[in-house]
Design a protein around this ligand. Sequence first.
Ligand code: 0PR
Length: 407
Amino acid sequence: MDKKGITWQEISEKLKRFKRADMTYKSGRILGSMCTCPHEIGLKAYYMFLESNLGDSGLFEGTKKLEKEVIEMLGDLLGKKDVCGHIITGGTEANIMAMRAARNSNKVKDPEIIVPKSAHFSFEKAADMLNLRIREAELDDDYRIDIKSVKELISSKTVAVVGIAGTTELGVIDPIEKLSNLCVAKNIYLHVDAAFGGFSIPFLKEKRFPKFDFSLEGVSSITIDPHKMGLAPIPTGCILFRDRSFLKSISTETPYLTEKEQSTIVGTRSGASAAATWALLKYFGRDGYAKIAEGCMEVTEFLAEGIEKSGFKLIRKPELNIVAFKSDKIIIDEIVSQLEDKGWAVSVTAYPKAIRIVVMPHVKMEHVKEFLDDLEEIHSKHVLDGLPQENEKNTYLKLADKTGQGK
Ligand code: 0PR
């Protein structure tokens, strides 16, 4: 740090240089992210509440009310208006809070959680922090959690079962109703990770989706992320609990603060995130979010069709706005590298190994058309080379292996 300060003009010049090295969502080139351009209404609300700290919410009664109303609105969206919860940093924190509530609500020796092989790595973090053993449930042929495998893994040590509504890699929705019935019968906590799908599944018109929310008796908590399909600025996540007792099970006394207890992991907590979410929920309403979700699905379907036409293979028909594909002819890393050379930032899934594109609202039809042209060019250039196909088994990253807590 220098002894003397500099002016804002000098600072902004320097900042711009850093900024130029960043990619932008607006360019349409970021194809592997679940975040997107934050909507301006959310940003306006965010700026208005920058100083408010929900970690000492007695000082910010207005922001506290905003958070309460957001929780009510999202609860209503997800099948139960009188839920409780908090606006937090994102899906990771939400999943950790849920696993902590599950563990604290059922004190057993050597607690275990059952998560599908498709679960986000945040459960790995949760397991490490909370001393939980992860039991990985198998997926069926359609990459959904296999109920039979869950049944086999349930034991007296099971404190939670996790289902995903919009998996990170493929956007698949697990059979939550079946998980719910099972968890009711066995009296086990069921957490639904709808970090990605929570802001689109309820809005998609065709009602083609099965139930996944609090309308199912067995669902104890849901993760839903406003900073993904909710278009809120980062960091904005949300955890919802069916019952106040779950929140109570993770509360700590905070004697000298304006509130006497706190259930969140972090102390000082952004009120701006709650204000932004409130503003966006009011601004868009159900119709506005439906339009966004449907718009993304339209682009997704166009992209998926184009990918097949260009000679690539879809891993499965997209259920939400994620497309994953591979080639019989070209090694995946080679395709990725060529796409990168052409300025596209895609991601690669672990299971099965594939190129993954998340069709967020910043990915427009014109970007997809350009992308498909590039993809076609890569295909025609390589089709005669007959490069060997990747061995899926080698690239299959096992969650439990990584934690060293496997079966
Ligand atoms: N649950 C699910 C189902 C998720 O997909 C994610 C994140 C989380 C929980 C964790 O959420 P936070 O990252 O908010 O804590 N999924 C994205 C992913 O891993 C996160 C992401 C977002 C990655 C933007 C890259 C990126 O550019 O793909």
